[in-house]
Design a protein around this ligand. Structure first.
Ligand code: S3P
Ligand code: PEP
Length: 451
């Protein structure tokens, strides 16, 4: 059951002694969704290890089961027996994606071109988020859409007899939109082309190739990427698919170690794909001590262990071009900035307004509730820090069904002068169910205030 159905679970974080020890980060959310989607589509078996068992990913697994894939857990592995490209079955009931934007948008792309109907629902957060960004290209392929309110969930789609392949320039920096169009192209005859003016996480392109699709990527001198996918090809299961640790989850213990005096922690098995490492680059520019240990390859991706020690941080200007490589990390970067000397300026944040919450507004409100000086612009955030943490804390943060707001402000409380309370920790289970246990084992003072 997803967290939004249960009573709110308030939680409090308090000033903690130096964090210490090693922590293994659970699997990457983006790659885990795709392991279920592509494994469920490909012919034959995919054995997945390291899968993130968060609610978002499990919702994608249920969706693929509803369309014919067999998915079971065996020991530490997930076994996915796929239907074969082009052979998904019509789901008998509406598919509930809970809080999962990636899950619903990629699945709509995947099933859009099928000559059957599918209905998608989600929680209050997901039902507020824009789906037109995925539905517009699907419409160009011949998909019909029935939505009650302006391309929001709940909505139903129905594919044409034969979908038309398209060439589509993605209008905003979004890996979800890029991926939805490519996945739709899997079931359209001919070549589907996606033009990506700004590079976003490349897991779909890389993984589709690993599952046997014919995909090519060309990058021009200006960095514009053209991705071509041949439709209706055969996809085959991957015998041993390994999911690396999620850098967007690692972000919380990393920032906590930077801001809690005396900390020295090692975060194990973190995905270091360059489309995901913007936070590490930014913290390093701010003066954080982050050592990259044992860089290696795992499942076709770069991974490393990261040793992070408490550091005197200074404010920086984060360029807008870096936003796609750290899009989910801005809330916790704002927390790091609250303890940095001087001002940290974050720009190019328009996409934050359409995440699980309006993250710019939610972060600004959380900072305001906890005495952190900041200015919220239409697409920017400036935070003025206090390295000694004096005057920070004491507030209650509204999390708006947003896991990253919840975890970020708990991290703030670990270094603040006064405790920080969040109104609801339930949504943390969507992406990082191990968060509380992992942080507590490192020495973080977290206390549930639930009845
Ligand atoms: O493709 C993905 O797996 C994701 C893409 C990003 O969303 P957008 O494509 O909306 O930027 C990111 O915020 C999300 O958590 C995961
Ligand atoms: C934006 C996020 O996820 P999604 O879009 O998949 O809900 C996130 O995990 O921060």
């Amino acid at each position: 059951m997803s967290g939004h159905d249960s009573a709110p679970q308030p939680m409090q974080a308090s000033k903690s002694p130096g964090l210490a020890g090693a922590a293994k980060i659970p699997g990457d959310k983006s790659i885990s969704h795709r392991a279920f989607l592509f494994g469920g589509l490909a012919a034959g078996r995919t054995r997945v290890s390291g899968l993130l068992e968060g609610e978002d990913v499990l919702a994608t697994g249920r969706a693929m089961r509803a369309m014919g894939a067999k998915i079971v857990k065996e020991g530490a592995h997930w076994l996915v027996d796929g239907v074969g490209n082009g052979c998904l079955l019509e789901p008998e009931a509406p598919i509930d994606f809970g809080n999962a934007g990636t899950g619903v948008r990629l699945t709509m792309g995947l099933v859009g071109p099928y000559d059957f109907g599918a209905t998608f629902t989600g929680d209050a957060s997901l039902s507020r988020r824009p789906m037109g960004r995925v539905l517009d290209p699907l419409r160009l392929m011949g998909v019909q859409v029935a939505a009650r309110t302006g391309d929001r969930l709940p909505l139903s789609i129905r594919g044409p007899r034969v979908a038309a392949p398209i060439s589509y320039r993605v209008p905003m920096a979004s890996a979800q939109v890029k991926s939805a169009v490519l996945l739709a192209g899997l079931n359209a005859p001919g070549v589907t082309t996606v033009i990506e003016p700004v590079m976003t996480r490349d897991h779909t392109e890389k993984m589709l190739e690993g599952f046997g699709a014919t995909v090519s990527v060309e990058t021009d001198a200006a960095g514009v990427r053209t991705i071509r996918l041949e439709g209706q090809g055969r996809l085959s299961g991957v015998a041993d698919f390994v999911v690396p640790g999620d850098p967007s989850s690692a972000a919380f213990p990393i920032v906590a170690a930077c801001i809690v005096p005396g900390s020295d922690v090692t975060i194990l098995n973190v995905l270091m794909n360059p489309t995901r490492t913007g936070l590490i680059a930014t913290l390093t520019e701010m003066g954080a001590s982050i050592e990259i240990l044992d860089p290696r390859s795992s499942g076709g991706e770069d991974v490393a262990d990261l040793r992070v020690r408490h550091s005197a941080l200074k404010g920086v200007t984060v360029p807008a071009e870096r936003a796609p490589s750290m899009i989910d990390e801005y809330p916790v970067l704002a927390v790091a900035a609250a303890f940095a000397e001087g001002r940290t300026v974050m720009q190019g944040l328009e996409e934050l307004r359409v995440k699980e919450s309006d993250r710019l507004a939610a972060v600004a409100a959380g900072l305001a509730a906890n005495g952190v000086e900041h200015v919220e612009g239409p697409e920017s955030l400036t935070v003025t820090g206090r390295p000694d943490g004096k005057g920070i804390g004491g507030g209650t943060v509204a999390t708006h069904l947003d896991h990253r707001i919840a975890m970020s402000f708990l991290v703030l409380g670990l270094a603040a002068e006064k405790p920080v309370t969040i109104d609801d920790a339930a949504m943390i289970a969507t992406s990082f169910p191990e968060f509380t246990g992992l942080m507590t084992a490192l020495g973080a003072k977290l206390e549930s205030l639930a009845e």
